[in-house]
Design a protein around this ligand. Structure first.
Ligand SMILES: CC(C)(COP(=O)(O)OP(=O)(O)OC[C@H]1O[C@@H](n2cnc3c(N)ncnc32)[C@H](O)[C@@H]1OP(=O)(O)O)[C@@H](O)C(=O)NCCC(=O)NCCS
Length: 183
């Protein structure tokens, strides 16, 4: 059974991916501008795209709330050995929609859903040390920088360092309480 999920914020809406989105997602995967400056870009065939993404359960489209335009994706996944940990990734694929607070809100909506609906302890991700916008998206949502992974990605002909970020359940609860207090 396919379960379709929607989460609505003030600026964006997240919704489950469906068949009609695949062509656009494939194009974004093959578009260096959509992937951003810090992605190890490699062209991908339709066959590889389909087999890489057999299960769309953890992938959400980010839509601008007002226009309902598809502007990016946010996703999570975990592995069977560490089901209490979830990995988070996001992209605002359409450049003209960056810098409007959309990724910050999309991350907040998904994090809230994950902590409320799953028996998880932690959400993790890594970010290029030069990707300040993405670091802010995480810090805006209570993530802490836990360390530096040296030369962990090969991007544009050089090895780049990444910061490792984590958000544990307790910190999210405190962070949420703080946000409610300032509203
Ligand atoms: C990183 C990315 C997702 C951020 O999305 P976004 O919707 O533009 O982020 P937001 O608008 O929520 O901005 C978050 C913060 O970053 C700041 N910011 C945005 N673009 C910035 C830039 N180019 N340089 C520095 N800061 C920037 C915003 O001003 C905001 O700061 P604030 O919290 O102090 O107000 C988007 O730039 C993107 O998709 N880049 C390409 C793919 C990518 O890097 N994905 C993340 C991989 S880890």
């Amino acid at each position: 059974m396919i379960v379709l999920l929607f989460f609505q914020g003030e600026k964006v809406r997240l919704r489950s991916v469906d068949e009609s989105d695949l062509k656009e997602l494939f194009e974004w995967d093959n578009d260096p501008e959509a992937r951003g400056d810090y992605s190890a870009y490699r062209p991908i065939s339709w066959q590889d795209f389909e087999s890489k993404n057999k299960n769309w359960a953890g992938v959400f489209l980010i839509e601008e709330l007002q226009s309902r335009k598809k502007i990016g994706t946010i996703l999570y996944f975990s592995d069977d050995h560490h089901p209490y940990r979830i990995w988070l990734a996001y992209t605002i694929a359409k450049k003209e929609y960056r810098g409007k607070g959309y990724a910050t809100e999309a991350a907040r909506l998904l994090i809230d859903f994950l902590f409320k609906s799953k028996n998880i302890e932690k959400i993790e991700t890594t970010v290029d040390v030069e990707n300040v916008a993405s670091q802010k998206v995480l810090e805006n949502n209570g993530f802490q920088r836990e360390g530096t992974l040296r030369h962990s990605y090969f991007v544009n002909g050089k090895f780049n360092d990444h910061y490792f970020y984590g958000l544990i359940r307790k910190d999210w609860d405190v962070f949420q309480a703080g946000r409610r207090g300032t509203k």
